[in-house]
Structure formats: C-alpha cells, structure tokens
Design a protein around this ligand. Sequence first.
Ligand SMILES: *Cc1c(COP(=O)(O)O)cnc(C)c1O
Length: 352
Amino acid sequence: MSYNINITKIEKSKVSDLDFNNIPLGTTFTDHMFICDYDNGQWGNPRIEPLETIPTHPAAMALHYGQAIFEGMKATVDKDGNPMLFRANKNAARLNTSADRMGMPNFPEDLFVEGLKQLVDIERNWIPPQEGSALYLRPFMYADEPFIGMRAATHYKFIIIASPSNAMYSNRIKLWAEKQYIRAANGGTGEAKAAGNYAAAIRPTELAKAKGYDQVLWLDANEHRYIQEVGTMNIFFMIDGKFITPKRDGSILDGITRMSVIDVLRDKGYEVTETMITIDEIKTASRSGTLQEAFGTGTAVGIAYIQEIGLDGEVIHVSDQSPVANDVNDTLNAIKTGKVEDKFNWMTKIKN
Ligand SMILES: *Cc1c(COP(=O)(O)O)cnc(C)c1O
C-alpha cells in the first residue's frame, strides 16, 4: 500500500547550532516529527511537521490509564553519508505486539517504516557520522481521547521524534540484583514496551544508584532467583566459552539488539543458549572462575560491559575486560556504518 505523507518543512533548520562531538543527552531534537491520528477505527492524516508542543486535554486517557507504548531505534550513515535504518521492520512488528497487550490499535507496519524513512530523509543532516553515534528515533503511541472511565480509548496519536546522540556507556557498569522490587510477573506487561513498565522501575533504579550501581538487574517476581534483564537492556553471560541469555517467557523485552547479538555470536562460532538462568548459577560460575564476561544489549547503549553484580551482602565479580563483547560491538557498529558487508541483510538504505 502506498501512503500520501503530507510534508510541512520548517523555514530554517536548527542543525547548524549543534556540536556533533558534544551532543547533550536526550535534550536535542531535530526540526520535524511524523504524526498520525487514530479516529473512527482507522489511522489517518499521516504527516511530517515542524516539531512543536502538542496541546493536550487534561482528561487525555494516556495520562490517567497509561495506554502509552514506544519504540527505540537508530539511523546511522554509511561511509558515503547515506542514511540507513537498522532492522526497522522488527520495531514496527514489536510496536504492534505492545499495542495488542495494552488494548491499543495496531499501526500499519509499512506506514511505520515509510514514515521513518521519510522523516530520516528530511533530517539526514542531523545524523552524527562518528562510529557509535547515531540519530535515535523514538516512535510512540498514546491515547489522547479525553474521557474519564476505564476502557480502551478510541482516539490515539502515533508520533516519531528524533534525537541525535553520541556513543554511551564507555565505562564498565555495575548492576544491582534487585530482590525487593520486581519489573514483570507472569501474565503482566513485561514483554510490552509500555511506558508504565518504566514508571515502576524509576524508584528501584534510583535506590540502586544511591548504592553506587548503574542499573537494576531484574529477577523473577515469584522467587527472586531467575535473571530477567537490566534496566533498558537484555543480558548475556559467557561461561566456559559458551553464551547464555534468559529465554523469552513473556516477562522480558524481545530486544532487537538481543536477537542480533545471538546471530552475530553464532556466526562467530559461539554456542548461544536461551534458557532460565539463576543468580546463584552466575555466583557459582564467578567463584569457580568460569564466568568470563557479561554484557547488556539495547539500542540506546549498544553493548554495555558488566564489571560486577551486587546483591544483598555480597558482590559477584564478573570481569575486568570484555574482549568477546567488544568484538561483537565492533561487528555491529561496522554493519551499522556500512564498513563491512551487511551479510544478515539488516540495513535499509534511505535513497536520496
Ligand atoms: C527496549 C528495551 C530493551 C532493548 O531492546 P532493543 O530492541 O535491543 O533496543 C530491553 N529491555 C527493555 C525493558 C526495553 O524497554
């Protein structure tokens, strides 16, 4: 299906004000946004407009009942400066998985990708060229119907905004294995990229930071033993030359970096198993010297190398170096900047 996306451009781009080597994190936005409205049971009026504030009715249902979901992905440039998207169709599909769980309408996947492509095309001068830097893209959907009462909304907005970012987390990170608070329980919303999941994580993350840790390592809701994921990342462990990562059970986010890292590791000849992993197993591996590396994976950070995991009364030392994770990170970055052949067919080029 082809869509007619109406484009209104701003008069003068703000990109000339940006220092590409020193981009303030999360506060810099490009000139335009993509918007589409859901009304009368269908999506309509897809458009790209100058980014500006949106008037909100105080009874907008997202503010009260939390129907709000999002995606996160990145656009990079190849060595000739051509913009590219990484596995955009996976984000389009995942948005709809989240929408299903939260009782929200699906957004047409081809329009999701087309809107992204046209927005990135218009904002191509905002894509930082340095390796590890990128134009972060944030597609999201929320209920903007003014209504007091508990039911699915009938009016939504789907929007894409874009924010240039430099590489993050060059430092090794420390995780706090959380045994009091939980992120997701069986039957809950853990697999949805829903705003509310983050709301519930903010306080535990602040407490972990106050103890000197960077992020929370979430454990299962019943026994506080099984490892789920980290803040905004999935997690991998290398034990005795082989990799393990928590298997998808409805409580963890189906990370696109996670699935890509599994492919890259297997391609490099490593065995990767998706399985249940207990915190005790990791402690035992650390004590016996078989725990070689651990790292988090997510779009925002790429790969974050884990130094240690703290839990009540003890510390699990992971490693001081992460050569394999570093190699995987280099491979992913090389694919995203077109420096090596895209043998997995992950990149979508945006034509002039
Ligand atoms: C987005 C997200 C991830 C990482 O997913 P990617 O597709 O790799 O960016 C992991 N965990 C949570 C909770 C997330 O929201």
